[in-house]
Structures are given as structure tokens and as C-alpha cells.
Design a protein around this ligand. Sequence first.
Ligand code: IFM
Length: 435
Amino acid sequence: MFSIERQDLGPNFTFGTATAAYQIEGGQTDGRGTCIWDTFAATPGNVKHRHDGAVACDHYNRWPEDLDLIRDGGFDAYRFSLAWPRLIPEGIGAVNQKGLDFYDRLIDGMLERGLKPFATLYHWDLPSALMDRGGWMNRDIAGWFAEYAALVGNRFGDRLAATATINEPWCVAFLSHFLGIHAPGYRDLRAAARAMHHVLLAHGTAIDALRGEGAKNLGIVLNLEKTEPASGKPEDLDAENIGDALFNRWYLGGVFKGVYPVELTTALAPWLPEGFEKDMETVSRPLDWLGINYYTRGIYAGDRDAGLFGGRRIAGDLETSDLGWEIHPKGLEDLLVRVSREYTRVPLYVTETGMSETDDARRVKFYDDHLRAVANAQAQGADVRGFFAWSLLDNYEWAEGYTSRFGIVHVDYATQVRTPKGSYRAFQGMLHNTR
Ligand code: IFM
């Protein structure tokens, strides 16, 4: 059980759970187009056991049971994503009626259960047909994504409590185009620099498109980390500065100030799209809220040979999850305070946190500590309005396949039986105040 209580987070705080389409839906039928994760997963060496999202948690068919779990857990909201290739199989052009029908059922199912729908337009399932045209490296994606956003805004906007354009643009751009760990698996600075700008430009054009359709309460979800230098040596301080710029300030600065960190516009100058400065007004369209996904801290050390721009990330000495990610709740507190002091006063939501772990007692402590970190940030003036556990279900953890379990509900992939874990019961106890 948790030591923290619901009222410690304030009277109108929103509690929810989060998932993403490719990680849980399966259901690659009824006209859904293919996406970059289908082929990335099929390519040997990219994903453990070459697992893919073809079946996943079969949420496409089992969504009523999953929504019942969220309601019965006492949660107020459900953060989910819509699959672009289910709605527009080729990414642009013809719309798939069965895709529209599925999200109609899902959103209405949330409303019937008293759950607020928090939608995300893009959680990494780029239609393959758009990848053929260069995907996030092609500036035209700003128009392609706006077309998709307009469709969602028009069809579903009046029923959504909140809509985010992009989930974790750092992952879309850097993890996928420089580190090569996520689809499309590029390891190329020019590709990364282009994706870093285009993903935020597309965010801005999607905000315009959503607003044009009358959709309200619009935001973006950034994954941020607490960065720290390995020591007080100048080369480590420089490394931390560049790490912070690459992970945090590129996105926060772009979206809320219309300016990228000068260290990076200088370092990436040969590869950034020409004239990117003219797009910054679109990149920084006013938002109604910001989602922050937080998992760990990043420690940076100077490395002139192997590091990017003179630095690299090194391992720390805190306890870790079973993926080796350090557990650092104070980092969440510090980030929330930093964002609200330095970047924006719009309401903040912790749109994801959680841990990959089979020992669920550790997950209970993880959530208790991170909820307390949120309360501490609130006490320092951060306007944090909600907290979403990642994730409702064990699911497809990208390059880790099904080997990593983030769920507060266990999924037996052979039978699709869902079994609530102790962490689900801890939320339920706190939210129903039956502790
Ligand atoms: O599973 C992912 C999710 O898709 C995005 N945020 C981080 C989670 C854990 O890695």
C-alpha cells in the first residue's frame, strides 16, 4: 500500500493510467496500414526475440475489460494513443472507416465509465508509406501530420478531455535517428538534426489544425531527465550542459520560448534544415498544458573521443529497475520545479512514470516515492494537476519486446488473462480511500 494519500496531491488532482496503441492494441486487421515498427521488428537484431505488436495485449478486442480495470482501480482518466495507420493507412489520403469506428467505441467506452480521455496523436507508429518518403527527415511531415490531426480533431475533438500532439519527441528524433535504438533505426547526425526540428514543426502545425477543428485543451508530452555532471571538472560540466541541451532544453526551449539552445544550433549547424529559424513561431504555438514523462536521471562525463559534442552518459550508483534505469524520485521533483520556474506556467501533468520490474513490491514503493515527489514540487509552486502510471498493462516495450514488464496489471501473453498486481491494488486503495 502507499503511504501517500489522495488528498496530499490536492482536491482536483487527476489520476490516470497510460498506454500506447502499438504497445497494446494488436488487431492489425480491418484496414489498418503498416507502420515503421512492423518492419523494424521484423528485421533481425532490432528487437529482442524479434517480438512485434501484431497481437500485443489484444486491446483492439479486449478494450471493454481494460476500461473496466481502469474504472475499478478508481482512476479518473485514461491516457491512450490513436494509431495513425489505423485511421489513415497510407498516412495521407483515404481514411479507414473501421479505424474511426474503433476509436469511437473506445472513447465512448471511456465516457460511459466516467473516465476522461487523454489522447495522444503520435506514439511512434509512423505509417510505412510516409517512411518511404523520408518520414521525420522530410519537412513535408508538417503537412502530413496536420492532415491527420485535423481528422482526429474533427471526429473526436469534442469528446476528448485533453489532446497531446507527440509523445516524447526526443525519442522520435534522437533515439530513433541518432542512437538507432528505435524505428527507423538510423544512426546519422543529419537525419537526427532534421527529425529534431521537423518533429517540433509538425507539433506546431498539428496544434493549428486541432484548434482549427475546435479541439480544446491541447499540449505535448516531453520526456525529460534530471541531468547531473559526473564531477565538478570543467569537461564534465560541459558534458552535462550539452546532455541537458540535447535531452531537455531543445524541446522545452523550442516549444515554450521559440528558441533552440545555441550550443546545439552551433554544433548541428551543418545538418539542420536551412531556414529553420523561420519556423520557430509555429514550433512555439501557445499550449494549454504540458505532459512530462520521467523515468530516471542522466549523468554526463566529458569524452572528447567517443562522446557526441564532447560528452557521454555514464552509469550512476543508485538502485535501478530491471532495465538498469536508476530510480531517482527527487529528479522528478526538481524537474517539475525547474520547468514551472524557467519555462511555463501552464498546468503540468506527469503523463508517465513507472518501472520495468517483476518484483511488484518495488513498483509500489516507486510510485509512492514519485507521488510524494510531485507533492513536494507542488509545495514549491509547480502547478502539477495529474499523474498517470505507466503502464496499465504489461505490454510491448519496443526494442525490449515483451521481456520487460511495466504494468500495474499482469498480462499472460499466451492466454491474454489480465491479473491486477499489488501496485494496482495500492492505487485502488488510495483512490477509493480504503487503505
Ligand atoms: O514504454 C515506453 C513508452 O512507450 C514511452 N515512454 C517510456 C515507456 C517505458 O520505456
